[in-house]
Every structure is written in C-alpha cells, then in structure tokens.
Design a protein around this ligand. Sequence first.
Ligand code: GLU
Length: 367
Amino acid sequence: MCGIVGYIGFNQASDFLLDGMAKLEYRGYDSAGIAVIGPENVIKIQKKVGRLANLEAIVKADPNEGTVGIGHTRWATHGRPSDMNAHPHVSEDGKFAVVHNGIIENYMPLKEELIEKGYHFKSETDTEVVAHLLEDMYDGDFVSTVRRMLDRVDGAYALEIICADEPDKIICTKKENPLVIGLGKGENFVASDIPAIINYTRDTYILNDGELAIVTRDNVSVFDRAGHAIDKEVFHVSWNAEAAEKGGYEHFMLKEIHDQPKAVRDTFGTHISEDGKTVIFDELNWTADDVAAFNKILIVACGTAYHAGLVTKQYIENLARIPVNVEIASEYRYSNPLTDDKTLCIVISQSGETSDTLAALKEAKRH
Ligand code: GLU
C-alpha cells in the first residue's frame, strides 16, 4: 500500500515530502505527487507516474517553494497509474488539495451528483470527489467544511487536506488506513508510517479511526468524530529506522529475498510446538470440531500475495485434502461469491492494509 506525508514548519516543505516519500517506498507505489502552498497562498501541484525520481527531477527543475505541503505515493485502486490520476487532487477553484490512501466506496453517486452540478473531473480516481465536495460544501471555514464532507463519504481512508484560504494548517483524518503525526518544534509532520518521520522526531501521535487532527506549526489538536477534543498520548518511538530501511542491500527486493528464511522462521516459529509435531493457533480459540466443520477454504489476496495464495493452495490441498480457491481480492468483492459459514476465508496482505483485500474480508464475513 501507498503512502502519505505532510509538512508544516519553517523549512521548505518539499524537502521533507520527497525524503518522507522515499522512506515509504517499501510500501509500493505507481506514481507520486506533492502540493505546496506557495507565494500568495497559491497551491502548486507537481505529480508524475512512475518512480519517485521522476517527481524529484520535476521538483528540482521547478522548485515548489513553501513551508506547508502534502505528498502522496499512489497505488492505484480506481483508474490506471497515470500523471492525471496521481495525487494530490485539487478542487476546481484551486483552494483545496487532497491526498488519500484507501477507497471512497460511494464515489460513483457523489461523482454523478457533482457532475450534475457542473464540476469537471480530471481523473478517473475515487479520490477526486473529495476535492470537489470540499469546494461544493465550503462555508468559509476549513475545519467545519472537512467535517461535513466526511459525513458524506463512505469507505476507508487516510486523508490529508490543505486549503489556500487557511494556509497555516493541514487537516488529516483516518479510517482503516494508518496515519501518524510527528511532533517537532515549530514544525510538525504527517506520515502513513514512522520510517518517514523518524529522522526528524521520535515523538508521535498515532491517530485512531475516526480521529481528525488539525496540524499547525506550533500545535496539533486531535478531535473525535463528534468534534470533541482528545487528550492524545505521545507515543515515543524507541526502535531504530534501520529495520524499515534496506539493511545494507542494494534493493528492497534483494533484501526481501535474503530475509525469507528468517521471515518464515519468525512467522511459523510461534505456531509450532517445541517437538515440532503440533500446530498451535491459540489466539483463534478453535476446537477440533470447529476446524472439521470447514468444507472449503478461500484465499483472497492481491498481487504477490495472490501468488503466495496459489502456492498455499498446493500445500493445503495436499496435506488437508480440502478444496482451496484462490481469488483476486478486487474481483472477489464483485463476484457474488459462493462463500458460506462452512468456508474458511484466509486473506493475505503484505502490509496488512491492502484496501481491496480488507474490503474482500468484510464481504467474506458478510457471507
Ligand atoms: N483510491 C485512490 C486511487 O486510486 C487511492 C489509492 C491509494 O491508496 O494510493 O487513487
């Protein structure tokens, strides 16, 4: 899954944004972009499909100056990877810029409604509805507009928004996608994950679902969905950044290949009894009868995880003699599946956050 970064402070925002996005590269992405509030509070967007280096080249040739900005590495769910579909997305009047991880489930009816009202969509993404909705619902107050906008969108998201009329704040909020705020002095940071901010600060707020943060240079206020202020506890990060870095290897793929024996041992180790004869899954609280009640197994995943599922199918069918189906998560959701209460559904996600896979899990539970 992709990443979000944000900066508000006294340095050039683009420096942190590009650095933070590089630290989130391990999450995978197909395009990248930034929005910075520049001179006369004009929001300047730069975005490019492909490697982060493509975006860096654009920013180097044409610096995006300003001390408040947001950035995004995208992993497309709606609309192919392209310059136009890359985030940030901006409202037609240029006042709001938005980056989003996740899926806006009800984007279609919202999009139809906004087109009806005369808004023009430039991208094929679900995310763009958020930018136009903000413009459409704007009451002159950034925070209240974001709150009312959130009442209209369903789905999973980590969202970060800037507004040209209130250039001294970033608003961010999350539901089922991670978001961390790094607490600095005269500057604050936003990111999907800690590696992006660890070189800048070790004090963080980890946002919970439904929480909304107003981030200024000197303050971070966090509110619950109803608008009540929350007394957030500072989470001090004590682990080192190296764990999420390349660990001396030239490429992440190389590192991951060499990590495999350890990763497999770490994952399996706690689930195999000391004598190596029994499989232990205490946390599932299953009885032998529970396990015997399954008559088929469904594995749902995306990308590489889907291929891991295909391998798993061979092992399970050989050992357990139970039929296993492996489905691509984005297809499964719309396939009127044959899942029932005798189906064991296993979802596989490297990040644990793959939106399509999480949505498929919900769908499987519904069945
Ligand atoms: N659904 C959005 C898109 O396709 C966000 C994808 C992401 O999480 O990067 O643009």
